[in-house]
Design a binder for this molecule. Structure first.
Ligand code: NAD
Ligand code: LMR
Length: 363
């Protein structure tokens, strides 16, 4: 019993603020598609974040089990802190499973979104070998549309992180729905491309024998095949690559999703690395909402960096979502990167158009 108390105290001590610094860090997050291959590990990682007070898990089936299971972890999210005699005091309710709540089926969707600061959408079908991400359009476009319609009505000010593929089209779909509902704020809608950055960092670090933690490669464009463009010339720390290395690394990063799909041989696509990447991006969003002045992430968003209306690039995140675009990343591209950028534009443009037309055709 002593060791349990000690480990709980260690967890709690991280959350307890000293007098004078006391403040409530209590963000509410909804995961839509929470019982899926990504949704479950993503929810676990979010449950471990001290920045969250409430985790609302929504799916069309199997949520109850996930909630019961996660609720037994004596990790944050913390429910609430209250002020008492200048000290922040934790509400122990979070240990009693109140911070994780389950919602099943369309009738409970709106309830899952009430008062949330961030909505993460990994709902939808994954690829099988031989499929492109665009082959998922027919099923996932409708799923994202239906979810965002309710999000627009219930949580119009929340940040939205879209994971469901094809991201190149599902983000424009979400934007059109939000516009139709009169609540579109382009600074708050994000396509999650963090996995491309995570992969680029991993592959480059391995290739060059660097510490994983030290490598940061911006990845721009979109999230499918050649629309994924790692800017190896902008990697940090500055790294020398041979022409062959650039070509091989670029192609590997572009095909990394397919690498996982083939290795899983019909059992789905990346889930664990995606959960890791999704949790990183969600934490960045929350840190930015909470006033951290130093939050930068790549994401696929409405953009004016190129002639395309949506484009992934490095962004500075702030209290209202996107605070600034990092314009410098597109300056002084190498000839290889410049050619690759021009080559990706027709495909990305077509995917954006397809998403926009889907919504306008349906309405
Ligand atoms: P999965 O099939 O394991 O899980 C999907 C979940 O969505 C299921 O639990 C299912 O019940 C749920 N769902 C289906 N329709 C729903 C609806 N209308 N409302 C709420 N939930 C619904 O799939 P997965 O492996 O978790 O992948 C999910 C999506 O994420 C796929 O489209 C996949 O291509 C995409 N993905 C994106 C990235 C990225 O980098 N952005 C990476 C990996 C996977
Ligand atoms: C990925 O990049 O792993 C995801 O987009 C899933 C997929 O279909 O490849």
């Amino acid at each position: 019993e002593a060791s349990v108390k000690t480990s709980q105290r260690k967890t709690l001590s991280k959350l307890t603020c000293s007098p004078g610094q006391a403040r409530i860090v209590a963000y509410k997050v909804a995961v839509l598609g929470a019982a899926g291959g990504i949704g479950q590990p993503l929810s676990l990682l979010l449950k471990m974040s001290p920045l969250l007070s409430n985790l609302n898990l929504y799916d069309i089936a199997n949520v109850k089990g996930v909630v019961a299971d996660l609720g037994h972890c004596n990790t944050p999210a913390q429910k609430e802190t209250t002020q008492a005699k200048g000290k922040a005091v934790l509400d122990w309710d979070f240990l009693l499973n109140k911070a994780v709540s389950g919602f099943t089926g369309p009738a409970e969707l709106a309830d899952s979104l009430k008062g949330v600061d961030l909505i993460i959408i990994p709902a939808g079908v994954p690829r099988k070998p031989g499929m492109t991400r665009d082959d998922l359009f027919n099923i996932n476009a409708g799923i994202v549309k239906d979810l965002v319609e309710v999000a627009a009505d219930t949580a119009p000010n929340a940040l939205i992180n879209v994971i469901s593929n094809p991201v190149n089209s599902t983000v424009p779909i979400a934007a059109e729905i939000l516009k139709q509902k009169g609540v579109y704020n382009p600074r708050k809608l994000f396509g999650v491309t963090t996995l491309d950055v995570v992969r680029a960092n991993t592959f480059v670090a391995k290739q060059k024998n660097l510490r994983l933690i030290d490598v940061d490669v911006p990845v721009i464009g979109g999230h499918a095949g050649i629309t994924i463009l790692p800017l190896l010339s902008k990697a940090r720390p500055a790294i020398e690559f041979s022409t062959q290395e650039i070509e091989e690394l670029t192609v590997r990063i572009q095909n990394a999703g397919t690498e996982v799909v083939e290795a899983k041989a019909g059992a789905g696509s990346a889930t664990l690395s995606m959960a890791y990447a999704g949790a990183r991006f969600a934490e960045s969003c929350i840190r930015a909402l909470d006033g951290d002045p130093d939050v930068y992430e790549c994401s696929y968003v409405q953009s004016e960096l190129t002639e395309l209306p949506f484009f992934a690039s490095r962004l500075k995140l702030g209290k209202e979502g996107i605070e600034a675009f990092v314009h410098g990343d597109l300056n002084n591209l190498t000839e290889y990167e410049q050619k690759a950028l021009e080559a990706l534009k027709p495909e990305l443009k077509a995917s954006i158009q397809k998403g926009i037309e889907f919504v306008n055709r349906e309405s």
